[in-house]
Design a protein around this ligand. Structure first.
Ligand code: SF4
Length: 455
């Protein structure tokens, strides 16, 4: 015997059956009657006993649809409810002509339903009711009982049908946990990179923690591959292993490009063209007079330990290019291949450039200057994907964004803030523009799409 339940079916399936109450939902013009020809690909509807029959004419199709609607509507013994939506604009959804043929004046219900008619919305409403201080005790208890009934439902294999109804899935009810093993040893310097500093101190510490420490970031994308290839070629030119010749660089590019996984061949071709333009700009920049600076190293690794307030911070990384300026100072260049660039104000306080300059101050470039510590003469970002302003040479040259030699205490403060967050394990989310490409949005309490995890 069938349990008490609502049966959902098509009008065709309802033939010969009857119920006390029948709801015929979504009786919209365009859907019912549906005057498109059926089985249009194989035309199975035309197969008859004596071969292929003529396709139904629109008139015959309309009669067929009307008969079907009649079948659906006459399944009700006591009560029939027919629903349709009516958009205010004439070109929006309109009720079917069959509705008027019923001979009953439709009842308009304006506005939206209190909640979507879905299981998820029902569970959400019941959960909210169980903790709503304005609801009576009886109502709250009734909501809890219904949740328990939903949570107990399972399919024939014993799998829960409505898992979200069970409190064990309500993540927000769990007490925060604390690890017994500290993330970092307080007695050792905190190891940070320039980009980590930016995330920790300026954008979002949670993003840093999940991406860098938990290593939950998405796998490397082709965009990162693009950057790596261009960096390697720039290094080869700077170190003299490859001549500063676009044809040679393009040959080198050809030999590795196909190893980058792009979503489609057209995307690969498009990006390769961008890579060509980036390399061309790099060459223009490489051979031009850069305020009489001369290159002294490329891909120069460094590892220095700095004092930052009460902390010691060990900064490791690699400088794309170190140059010597006319005053014998060290100037650091960082090549970028991203589509966005920071604003002038952001460059003035760009943590990565500042860390390079600090590192120079602490001896990172000594060996390149004959063992004598050079002063830091500034640093710059060379945006290879972006054209310089017209007055700086236009399209053929890259956009260059320079940072003055460091002054003031701001970098030290930045380092101390970042180190403090790591040691105290304060990884609170800070929403902003950087959320756009964040892989953790769906589980982040600072974002609407992730709030369900904690609420
Ligand atoms: S979504 Fe935004 S706030 Fe949340 S972790 Fe990512 S960057 Fe931080």
């Amino acid at each position: 015997m069938r349990p008490d339940a609502v049966r959902l079916m098509t009008a065709h399936r309802s033939k010969g059956l009857e119920w006390r109450l029948v709801v015929v939902a979504g009786v919209q013009e365009g859907l019912w009657p549906d005057l498109r020809r059926r089985g249009s690909l194989l035309e199975a509807d035309r197969i008859g006993r004596d071969g292929l029959a003529e396709p139904l004419t629109p008139g015959a199709l309309l009669s067929e649809e009307r008969r079907l609607f009649y079948v659906a509507a006459t399944r009700a013994r006591e009560r029939l409810v027919v629903t349709a939506v009516k958009a205010p604009a004439d070109d929006g959804d309109q009720p079917s002509r069959f509705l008027t043929e019923l001979g009953v004046e439709p009842k308009d219900i304006t506005g939206r339903p209190r909640r979507p008619l879905s299981v998820a919305a029902l569970v959400a409403e019941l959960r909210a009711t169980t903790v709503d201080p304005r609801a009576s005790d009886t109502l709250r208890e009734a909501a809890a009982r219904r949740l328990a009934r939903l949570a107990a439902l399972s399919d024939s294999d014993g799998r829960p049908l409505v898992p979200s109804a069970h409190p064990y899935r309500w993540w927000g009810m769990y007490e925060p946990t604390a690890s017994e093993i500290p993330l970092r040893d307080r007695d050792k310097p905190v190891v940070l990179s320039g980009s980590a500093l930016d995330q920790l101190a300026n954008t979002c510490a949670l993003q840093w923690f999940l991406g860098r420490e938990v290593k939950a970031d998405a796998p490397a994308t082709a965009a990162q591959g693009f950057g790596n290839v261009v960096h390697v070629l720039a290094d080869e030119v700077a170190s003299g292993r490859t001549p500063a010749d676009l044809a040679v660089l393009m040959e080198r590019l050809d030999s590795v490009w196909d190893a980058l996984a792009f979503d489609a061949p057209w995307k690969s071709a498009q990006e390769k063209e961008h890579a060509r333009v980036a390399l061309e700009r790099f060459l223009q920049w490489h051979v031009m007079d850069r305020a009489s600076r001369t290159p002294v190293a490329s891909e120069h690794g460094f590892d220095v330990t700095l004092e930052a307030g009460p902390y010691e911070v060990r900064v490791r990384g690699s400088m794309d290019r170190v140059e010597q300026d006319a005053e014998n100072r060290a100037y650091v260049v960082d090549f970028k291949t991203g589509k966005q660039s920071p604003t002038a104000a952001e460059v003035a306080r760009h943590p990565q450039l500042a860390v390079y300059q600090l590192a120079v101050r602490e001896g990172a470039a000594d060996e390149l200057f004959g063992g004598v510590r050079p002063e830091a003469g500034g640093a710059e970002l060379v945006q290879l994907r972006q054209a310089a302003a017209k007055k700086n040479g236009g399209d053929a040259f890259p956009k260059v964004q320079a940072q003055e030699p460091l002054s003031g205490e701001w970098v030290g403060e930045l380092l101390a803030t970042a180190a403090g967050k790591v040691l105290d394990e304060r990884f609170t989310p800070t929403a902003g523009q950087h959320c756009t490409h964040c892989a953790f949005r769906a589980s982040c309490s600072a974002r609407p799409e992730g709030r369900h995890v904690v609420e």
